[in-house]
Design a binder for this molecule. Structure first.
Ligand SMILES: *Cc1c(COP(=O)(O)O)cnc(C)c1O
Length: 225
């Protein structure tokens, strides 16, 4: 019951332009179904095989988002159904997604993960790395992937000023890329800025986020990551 109420609460309070991804990692299908029955259709998972198992069991009008780090050898398991991949951080990975998307006669939308946190993180790209990738000739040849925006994770801190600074940094990069004629050409597909989680989504939205990834504030605490 709490889950349905939480979904309702988020629907009511999020601004219209902000998309809610319900992060359901580690949670059982019956809890996801409570969110589904409350109207939620976008779910985020961070393990490909767990997402695939849930996809098999659940209604087919759900959009599945892969929000975690992606290993190239597992792309094939999600290529038939994944709707958005949030954490792309290399050309090699994009190429693999393109290959598997082709096999499934699909086009898969992706976000590039940008490093914004102060703390050392293994994942994500620097701005210039992302820029060089986005304007490269090689990327244009990947016909079955579309890069539709950026994703970032702020530092694990309660310091609101620091969180704001990190989100602003990403928003600035996003705007710069979005206004770039090669990166965001006539198709105008570069439109998603995925930032904000349970603890910091309000600050993320204030700083320009249009997609939040909320787990524990909907489903309760997780026992493990
Ligand atoms: C788990 C996770 C979230 C959701 O975290 P909560 O704090 O539970 O809202 C968001 N984004 C990513 C990348 C995650 O791995």
């Amino acid at each position: 019951m709490m889950i349905a109420e939480n979904i309702q609460r988020f629907k009511n309070k999020l601004p219209k332009h902000v998309t809610l991804v319900a992060v359901s990692k580690t949670k059982p299908v019956d809890e996801l179904m409570q969110a589904y029955n409350a109207g939620q259709r976008i779910f985020g998972e961070n393990k490909i095989q767990e997402m695939e198992a849930k996809w098999q069991q659940m209604p087919k009008d759900i959009q599945w988002h892969m929000i975690g780090h992606v290993q190239r050898n597992k792309v094939k398991f999600m290529a038939p159904f994944v709707s958005l991949i949030h954490a792309v951080d290399s050309f090699k990975l994009l190429k693999e997604i393109d290959k598997e998307a082709k096999k499934n006669a699909r086009t898969i939308e992706c976000l590039l993960q940008i490093k914004i946190a102060e703390e050392e993180s293994k994942f994500g790209m620097e701005k210039m790395e992302a820029y060089n990738l986005l304007i490269s000739e090689e990327v244009k040849k990947l016909t079955n992937v579309k890069i539709v925006g950026l994703m970032g994770m702020a530092s694990f801190t309660e310091n609101e000023e620091q969180l704001s600074e990190e989100f602003q940094k990403l928003k600035k990069i996003f705007e710069e890329f979005r206004n770039h004629p090669i990166i965001n050409g006539e198709s105008n597909l570069f439109k998603i800025l995925s930032m904000g989680m349970s603890g910091d989504y309000e600050i993320a939205i204030k700083n320009g986020s249009n997609m939040v990834r909320v787990g524990s504030a909907i489903f309760g605490e997780r026992n493990y990551q």
